[in-house]
Design a protein around this ligand. Sequence first.
Ligand code: GLA
Length: 361
Amino acid sequence: MALLGAVAAGCARPQPPELGSTQRSLRTIFEGAFLVGAALNAAQFSGLDPIGAAIVQAQFNSITPENVLKWGSVHPRPGTYDFAAADRYVAFGEQNRMFIVGHNLVWHNQTPRWVFEDSSGGGHPVSRDTLLARLRDHIHTVVGRYRGRIKGWDVVNEALNDDGTLRRTPWLTTLGEDYVATAFRFAHEADPDAELYYNDYSLENAPKRRGAVELVQRLQNEGIPIAAVGLQNHDRLDWPSPAQEDSTIDGFAALGVRVMITELDVDVLPRGADPFVDGLPDSLQQALARRYAELFGSYLRHRGTVTRVTFWGVTDRDSWLNNWPVRGRTNYPLLFDRDGRPKPAFAAVIGTAPAKQGRHD
Ligand code: GLA
């Protein structure tokens, strides 16, 4: 959605959160239903944010990198790859025995301009053959480096417009419509065992969903191994409705692919305003809790199809929604507050968990 990704989270926090060993955890409570993950910033997996890291270790069994595997981070200049941060991310996931997601290989944002320009320096569009060669080199190098360690990749991110047509990005205009299939082919060559995903937002809206269904069918008809569709779920208190969420998940399940909720958060601020700098009113805190319970109700109705639910961030302090669509606001979209304490929404999500016999969480 936006260029803004990570928000620095490295500063010291006043108090440790109340997350003792008796606290019930998301990862244990949904065991057998789906993985529960979080998108991490560099501070959380590099030791600069021990409180954030402790929450991740206690609560989640899957991780996604907010930024460090995007093209601009990992491949900033022609022929120059920088894997320092991505290596730390993968090591953190392995140390904590987590399902490690790679995000993402092909996107129109956070991709340097040089990728789409020829080498004359004049800003001229690159030829199709050169762009194909760059794409192949990028995917083979990045996926190949983490072969067998990163278990699933968001291969193509946000290729669709709201009306369901393909977005006119340089990928489309230079390579043509089959760039999506080509990217999946390169990823499959680089790691035949990795799960490959198509990831997008607002697929709950019917026209865009139709476009995604057609895209998945085209890939399947060509024999491309697409394992799942990622529904970003950058949600609001009143969008999408449970009916929209249910029918979206059902629509992809009917194609035989799994569904992953990949970037979950709930924006509570009115468009353009910043009314809650001193704290979220209790009525909204409760509305957020009810909203999260409603969303998890939908995911649980589709257990078996929905195999992972990943939050886009760990605490409210880290969220990109403090800076989008307006910079410097105070938003409250996640389950943990700015000091890392669980919010009423956390208890509400835990409360939706299916009963398990002999559960010791
Ligand atoms: C999109 C991208 C993510 C992230 C978020 C907002 O949804 O897929 O990588 O950039 O926007 O930060």
